[in-house]
Design a protein around this ligand. Structure first.
Ligand code: PMT
Length: 212
């Protein structure tokens, strides 16, 4: 299969040095890209800023903001059979971006006006046709209910939810504990294991469900 994977955070800059972002390291997405490639699939990995080395021998696209991620995802979507979106895309960006570093004395800078970023995965869900879509959800309460809502709202085939209220797992950690929810409502609990092992399991699931 031809698989498009997104990973890492986005950065929404207020000025040349300050931005809104989140702690996503890219570990989950890079592990999925690697597992997919090792299973013989063609992979494109689109990643926000990360200190990780991109897995070798796959097409790697580096982006910074949600708008850039959307542009690249839309461009590669035609090519792909399916998409796995692990990226933690910022839902908001500042309405304006200063081209100069904002001065401490600038009192107007104390309030920032935010506008919504595009929901990339939602828009893919509107035009997916025969392609399959797997989303991720980082939730801190009522995790299965909230993930189920995202699965339905974004027209996904599967969603992987992680509970970020737990001390370990989720952002930055080498390990995670997740639940896979399929579009028919079936839930599979994956106990705590390394993100590489989760990636392997997820790829097995994807192959059994979507490879024709
Ligand atoms: O990178 P790591 O440090 O390994 O951490 C992994 C992770 C915690 C980032 C990952 O496991 C994870 O949970 N990713 C989803 C993070 C999230 O909060 O997603 P969300 O609930 O905001 O969005 C749901 C889905 O819609 C995601 O697939 C997301 O990529 C997508 N989305 C969200 C917002 C937006 N504007 N556009 C989108 O496409």
């Amino acid at each position: 299969m031809k698989i498009l994977v997104t990973a890492g955070p986005t950065r929404e800059y207020l000025d040349p040095v300050r931005f809104l972002s989140n702690p996503s390291s890219g570990k989950m997405g890079y592990a999925i890209a690697q597992a997919a490639q090792q299973k013989g699939h063609e992979v494109v990995l689109i990643s926000g800023p990360s200190y990780l080395q991109p897995p070798k021998e796959l097409q790697f696209v580096s982006i910074v903001s949600a708008d850039e991620m959307k542009q690249q995802v839309d461009q590669w979507f035609e090519w792909a059979d399916g998409v796995v979106m692990t990226a933690a895309v910022s839902d908001f960006k500042p309405k304006t971006r200063s081209s100069q570093k904002v001065k401490k004395q600038d009192e107007a800078a104390l309030s920032v006006e935010w506008v919504q970023n595009p929901d990339i995965l939602f828009e893919l869900g509107q035009k997916k046709g025969k392609k399959w879509l797997v989303g991720f959800a980082a939730e801190s309460k009522a995790i299965l209910e909230h993930a189920q809502q995202k699965l339905e709202n974004k027209n996904l085939d599967m969603i992987v939810v992680n509970d970020i209220s737990q001390k370990e797992g989720g952002f930055e950690s080498d390990q995670n504990q997740v639940h896979l929810i399929a579009s028919n409502g079936a839930i599979e609990d994956i106990p705590k294991m390394s993100k590489s092992q989760i990636a392997e399991k997820l790829m097995e699931k994807i192959e059994s469900k979507f490879a024709s």
